[in-house]
Design a protein around this ligand. Structure first.
Ligand SMILES: O=C(O)CCC(=O)C(=O)O
Ligand SMILES: [Fe+2]
Length: 253
């Protein structure tokens, strides 16, 4: 396997994996909501494993990406921390959406983020600067809902179409923590995946409930961009052995 096209072919990803409207939403709004990607058994495996890892890693959690974040618990390098995470590399709908946004791509990172009760609000941001308007985007994320994202538990907010604005929130907003008149709150049920162009202005909101709001972010970058986590450096031999050539190509290991 020596190209993304060959890798996607081997993984059974055709352009028909998503309906035409989904590609149009990625173009126009910059994100698309895909319900029922994670089935209940898989979701339970993910939840159990995240709890285990959080307990085991404690204060060292997310050291691979330079440590934690105020208001949220992070876990990083999840590709190497359980088969239930490896499986995320094979979801045709997600891969079809990412190919549409980035063309030639590889995995950027796989992290978990749990907004803690009473905390977790982020400023509106792009993960990778303002897009230059040439249609060449740098990062496309997929956020996998481990819990329901509700109106009050810290669901991600996003401002549709801002990946085409050529601007950053801080350039046009007085207060990037304040609500933006055009933002939408991405509420959906656990098991949903939201694929979003990381140039879209977005951010976690405050979790006003008593339980953490957990999500996984499987991020992809254009193949000529640096990865958030160098997958070749971190890949564990047992994981490498289990992965197919196509999956290895997507990770660039
Ligand atoms: O977890 C979320 O809702 C979004 C997190 C995010 O955008 C980030 O950490 O860059
Ligand atoms: Fe972000």
């Amino acid at each position: 396997v020596t190209s993304v096209e060959a890798a996607l072919d081997a993984l059974g990803v055709t352009s028909g994996a998503l309906p035409a409207e989904a590609y149009a939403e990625l173009d126009d709004r910059g994100f698309v909501v895909l319900p029922e990607v994670i089935d209940p058994d898989w979701l339970e495996q993910i939840r159990d494993r995240l709890a285990e890892l959080q307990e085991r890693e404690g204060r060292a959690a997310a050291h691979e990406v330079g440590g934690g974040q105020p208001g949220a618990d992070l876990l990083a390098d999840l590709i190497n921390k359980g088969e239930m995470f490896e499986r995320m590399l094979r979801e045709p709908r997600v891969l079809a959406g990412v190919r549409h946004v980035l063309g030639d791509f590889r995995v950027n990172s796989l992290n978990a983020r749990a907004a803690r009760p009473g905390e977790g609000d982020q400023h509106l941001h792009s993960d990778c600067g303002a897009a230059r308007g040439d249609g060449r985007f740098k990062i496309c994320n997929s956020i996998w809902l481990v819990d329901d994202f509700t109106a009050d538990n810290g669901a991600t907010r996003a401002v549709p179409g801002t990946h085409r604005s050529g601007q950053l929130p801080a350039e046009v907003m007085d207060d990037v923590f304040a609500p933006n008149p055009d933002e939408v709150l991405l509420t959906a049920e656990a098991g949903t995946v939201i694929v979003f162009n990381a140039h879209v202005w977005h951010g976690g909101t405050r979790n006003r409930t008593a339980a953490p709001r957990r999500g996984l972010t499987l991020s992809f970058c254009r193949r000529d961009e640096p990865q958030q986590l160098n997958q070749a450096e971190y890949i564990r031999p047992a994981v490498y052995e289990r992965l197919s050539p196509a999956e290895r190509y997507l990770l660039d290991v």
